[in-house]
Design a protein around this ligand. Structure first.
Ligand SMILES: *[C@@H]1O[C@H](CO)[C@@H](O)[C@H](O)[C@H]1NC(C)=O
Ligand SMILES: *[C@@H]1O[C@H](CO)[C@@H](O)[C@H](O)[C@H]1NC(C)=O
Ligand SMILES: *[C@@H]1O[C@H](CO)[C@@H](O)[C@H](O)[C@H]1NC(C)=O
Ligand SMILES: *[C@@H]1O[C@H](CO)[C@@H](O)[C@H](O)[C@H]1NC(C)=O
Ligand SMILES: *[C@@H]1O[C@H](CO)[C@@H](O)[C@H](O)[C@H]1NC(C)=O
Length: 352
């Protein structure tokens, strides 16, 4: 009995697991666009088979038209004929599996304005942290309706061009105006900016995309400055910066004595050598220049010492020189005293 019960529980578990693992509904998605006054439906999923599209004028279910079609992976684009221009349509696409079970498909929005709207970016303005965009919206067939169209707005967003769409910065909604200001950007970075017109929060056409680079900014601070002094030489190295914020990379090292600038060296990699210095204390300043701006200087005090070998040689020479001088002096003294004695002897001989 207990064994049977255990088996039942096992079967129940197996059931739950197989329920949880039931195959996911087929991925199906689509986009709609209006091109040259034609309503174009694109199936963007790869699932081949029967699809259905319902479409009606906004708020008027009685105008609904239904289209069935067979989707083959090779063809993904379908045209829906005879739609009114300047009208807003609601749409619905479903996938029909072999049992005629309906699976709703995803799309960017379920409303579209039958309007060959053209959105042109007419001006861009950059600073080192922001991009300003302004644009003009024109329509071949609904120009007069556009300004009065309630619910039409624009989403304005920028993301670094070398990154994914998900890193959007500062998404804006612009109700009426045809300008937007995207701030909080990194200097000297290429951004992809998009203006997406929406109608009641649903995308109405493909976004207009523009790529812009922000202006040059101040480079990030220098790090890892190492100054080694040996004898009367100072060797300087630092870590190459990864926040140049500009097109050039030139490192500058300056040496000051009190407040007087003595020497300035420039290099493409951060490696410098100051030679022929005195035995003294100096102030070292290291910066990076990016073609327009210089970074905040990194300063350090450096003292040049005589090396032990140098001191030894100097002391040796000093002792040698002193010894030599004393030896010469003593020899000279002794010689002159002998001369005096000789003179005395000569005198006394002469005198006698
Ligand atoms: C879309 O499908 C839903 C659910 O099947 C339905 O209620 C709705 O009326 C449909 N809309 C259109 C525009 O066909
Ligand atoms: C729809 O498909 C057509 C033909 O394959 C293509 O030219 C068009 O760019 C597609 N539109 C969208 C919005 O993907
Ligand atoms: C933008 O559109 C307005 C009217 O909508 C027009 O007066 C203006 O000249 C256009 N500007 C450009 C640069 O196309
Ligand atoms: C941008 O440039 C201005 C000078 O034009 C400067 O004062 C500012 O610090 C810069 N901003 C950055 C982030 O580099
Ligand atoms: C070294 O000292 C001399 C004499 O005081 C001075 O003229 C010279 O500028 C100094 N040089 C350095 C590199 O400090």
């Amino acid at each position: 009995m207990a064994a049977l019960c255990g088996l039942n529980i096992l079967l129940l578990w197996a059931g739950i697991i197989s329920l949880a693992k039931s195959p996911p509904s087929p991925l199906c998605s689509y986009t709609v666009t209006v091109t040259n006054s034609e309503f174009q439906l694109n199936i963007t999923s790869s699932t081949a088979g029967k699809y259905n599209m319902d479409i009606n004028e906004e708020g008027q279910p009685e105008t609904m038209k239904s289209y069935n079609f067979e989707h083959l992976p090779q063809t993904s684009s379908y045209e829906i004929p005879h739609l009114k221009l300047c009208a807003v349509y609601e749409h619905n696409v479903t996938f029909l599996d072999s049992n005629d079970e309906k699976t709703p498909c995803d799309s960017g929005g379920d409303k579209i304005l039958m309007n060959t709207m053209d959105l042109k970016i007419i001006n861009t303005k950059m600073t080192n942290t922001s991009i300003d965009l302004s644009w003009n919206t024109t329509s071949q067939n609904c120009q007069d309706d556009l300004p009065n169209l309630q619910g039409l707005s624009y989403d304005c967003s920028c993301f670094p061009s070398d990154q994914k769409h998900s890193n959007e910065v500062n998404k804006h909604k612009q109700a009426n105006g045809e300008t937007c200001h995207v701030a909080g950007l990194e200097p000297y970075t290429s951004y992809t900016c998009e203006i997406q017109p929406t109608y009641h929060n649903k995308k109405v056409r493909q976004p207009t995309v523009v790529q812009q680079r922000t202006e040059i900014g101040i480079p990030g601070d220098i790090t890892g400055v190492m100054a080694v002094s040996e004898h009367n030489v100072i060797r300087v190295t630092c870590t190459r910066t990864n926040r140049l914020n500009g097109p050039e990379e030139q490192y500058i090292a300056r040496l000051y004595d009190a407040s007087v600038r003595l020497k300035e060296l420039k290099a493409n990699n951060c490696e410098f050598e100051f030679k022929d210095l005195n035995y003294s204390s100096y102030r070292l300043e290291v910066t990076v220049f990016n073609g327009k701006f210089e970074s905040k200087p990194k300063t350090q005090d450096v003292v040049t010492h005589q090396s032990f070998k140098g001191v030894f040689i100097m002391v040796f020479f000093a002792i040698f020189t002193i010894t030599l001088a004393v030896a010469v002096y003593v020899t000279k003294c002794r010689k002159s005293r002998n001369d005096v004695n000789e003179n005395v002897i000569l005198e006394s001989t002469a005198g006698s």
